[in-house]
Design a protein around this ligand. Structure first.
Ligand code: MG
Ligand code: MG
Length: 307
């Protein structure tokens, strides 16, 4: 395991670590998605190998919608450049047409709404507190990492509301973004915990210091409770990821979000080599290339999000 020496990890290593970490967490967790911890134990012992399978019958190293939607969003940001709601909705619609291996119900509904109305944003909905906008939000963190907070938040809501328009979900996504950006800047993990605690103060439902959450649903609150419990109690990329994916439930998504946070915190070299090389080469290269391109775009001082 790599030691956690913040001084030695560059911004680029953190950003690439976040993107490859997202894909690694997605690929690792896809195997145990929708299983209970007991079923995981029976079938795999402690699950710690990127071996594919799962309910989607993946090949080893294949990823799901979490990574794919991130790459689609990132490509749209690079093309526009910036977050433009109509461009993002069009990109998601094209992606859905490509018959992805998996797609969430709320995402599908948002895309159908765009196709039928031409309106790229869905109306506010108290039931849309799924984790689908959070899981794909890493490109926003990278290309707005040095932007003013209000610009980053506007960009986050713009991409989120293409499918998910819910205040509780927005708050969770924005906390994850702030944690990512802070980790890119090399602030210590204790400062990231304050961001999570601020979220709990805003929405008490996110409280994660009580019972251990297992078998999390796609509700962003349960997803982030699992991610925060593992992220703040484990001390390495590997231990954080093994912790979340063995809790089952929406394990590819807890894996993806924990993977981006841990990768940003510890850097790409802290991701176990066998996990990095187990990813499909095409996916790993896409994550690496987009990290670099989005960072370069950030340097140009990207402007406000557009509708
Ligand atoms: Mg998925
Ligand atoms: Mg999932």
């Amino acid at each position: 395991m790599q030691g956690y020496d913040r001084r030695e990890i560059t911004l680029e290593q953190r950003v690439v670590g976040a993107y490859v970490g997202l894909a690694v967490g997605d690929a690792l967790g896809a195997t145990t998605e929708f299983l209970t911890p007991r079923e995981i134990q029976r079938n795999y012992g402690t699950h710690r190998t990127i071996c594919g399978g799962g309910w989607l019958h993946l090949q080893p190293g294949e990823v799901t919608d979490d990574t794919e939607m991130s790459l689609v969003l990132g490509a749209s940001i690079l093309r526009t450049p910036g977050v433009d709601a109509a461009s993002v909705a069009t990109a998601f619609s094209d992606w859905m047409r490509s018959k992805p291996v998996d797609i969430g119900n709320t995402v599908r509904r948002g895309i159908v709404h765009f196709r039928t109305t031409g309106e790229p944003l869905v109306p506010e909905n108290e039931y849309d507190a799924g984790n689908g906008a959070c899981m794909r939000s890493l490109p926003v963190a990278i290309c707005y990492w040095n932007a003013a907070p209000e610009i980053r938040i506007a960009a986050s809501r713009m991409q989120s509301h293409v499918t998910h328009n819910n205040r509780q979900a927005d708050a969770g996504t924005e906390a994850v973004l702030q944690m990512l950006v802070s980790a890119f800047r090399g602030v210590p993990k204790s400062a990231l915990q304050i961001i999570a605690q601020d979220l709990v103060e805003q929405y008490i439902g996110y409280r994660f210091d009580r019972r251990r959450v297992e078998n999390p649903s796609g509700w962003i609150v349960e997803t982030l409770q699992v991610v925060f419990q593992a992220f703040f109690s484990q001390q390495s990329f590997k231990d954080i990821l093994v912790d979340v994916v063995n809790r089952g439930g929406d394990a590819d998504t807890t894996g993806a979000i924990a993977g981006m946070l841990a990768g940003a915190c510890y850097g790409v070299d802290a991701i176990p080599r066998q996990w990095r090389s187990a990813l499909k080469a095409q996916v790993r290269h896409a994550c690496e290339q987009q990290s670099t391109a989005l960072l370069a775009l950030a340097e140009t001082g990207i402007d406000v999000a557009r509708r």
